[in-house]
Design a binder for this molecule. Sequence first.
Ligand SMILES: [Zn+2]
Length: 426
Amino acid sequence: MTEELKVPFGRRADGTIVHISELTDAENGLRCDCTCPKCGRPLQARNLGKVKVPHFSHNVQTGCEGATESALHSFAKEVFARNSSVRVPEETTYVGCRSATVSEAVDVPYTGVALEQSMGGVIPDVVLQRADDKPPLLVEVAVTHFADEEKCARLEALGYPCIEIDLQDMVSLEEFDRMAVEEALIASEERKIWLFHPNERDVQARLVQEMQQAQEEREREQREAEERRQKAEDRTRKDRERVMSAKYQQMMAARTEKDLAANPIWVANRRTFGIPEGAETPWYLNHEINGEYLWTVHRTVWQSALFRTWVFNKQDRSRFVSVKYALETLHERHPEIWERSLYWAWKDTGDRVRAPAAVIGEYFKVLADCGFLWEDHGTGNPFGWRFVCVKPALVILPPEYNSPRYLPIDGGVHDTETGRDIMFTT
Ligand SMILES: [Zn+2]
């Protein structure tokens, strides 16, 4: 006899299911008066004598299989018939990264039990009938055969709610814990899953709709942001065209020249440097550099601001100044002196506007030629150029030497045309 033919359950004459461990010694052999829960033929109880593991076996070999499954279905029916409500677990469904609850964990009341009743081409293990017009709750009791895809598809087509209860490790020849199995069938959620819930499709459809709406919302926001960016770009482009026009620049050159004497930044710097009102400005504070159109003020205003911040009385040789830092500082302290549409020009490419960093870098190189700054790093992107202050003083040049031809040196000037140093006599 093979292991498979050792049956753990029999059906008593009154129809109830009995486990082999529950028989008395007197109920040995055919005296157990039990039949097979599957095929209905008589069973012998082998629960005494030399039998290692007590079991039922068919009195006559029949090739009957699935007795355990049938016994459990019958037992489940007994249990459901004694109760009137069954606990079902929560069901959650997922679409993409979204999830939603299909139904909460609840106790479902029912009014009747039917076993292995054919419904629309599928035979659920247990059907729990419900009051009024409520659809029945189907129950699959799984011991060795779990519902496969085909059965699930048929249950889904049927459209009734269906749970599966997993009893596979609760049944053996050795023992049968009626209380534990009853708990698993009725009150517990642990061994139950939903095979089909009629609300799931609606909830999924809602999630899909929510995802589509969110996607449309994102696309609309992106479109609007793109429109805003485009408009801002158009405004900037028009403003740049205006600022870069010859007419505007001529007008600004005349205006800034006229306004310089009263410019509050220059007035304050001039006083700090000790240059009397009306005195000639040192040429290195009034040096023409390509790209001056970046500012709405005379070149002496921004050049004196840079000179005051990074040269005048700056003794700290350990501190580097980078063009990037100087540019940002000048913009932070004096935002009003910049042409607004041009300050960010360094971010663009292919524009004829000169980058602010290149202009300031070029001015710092002039100050380095004059001996005020020492160029520590002056290649690559002007943003990264670095300088150190080595002559933290203003040098007043005699009027005849106040031009870019003459670079200040200690006690005199260097003539860049002749290559000679001219020393002042005191
Ligand atoms: Zn049988």
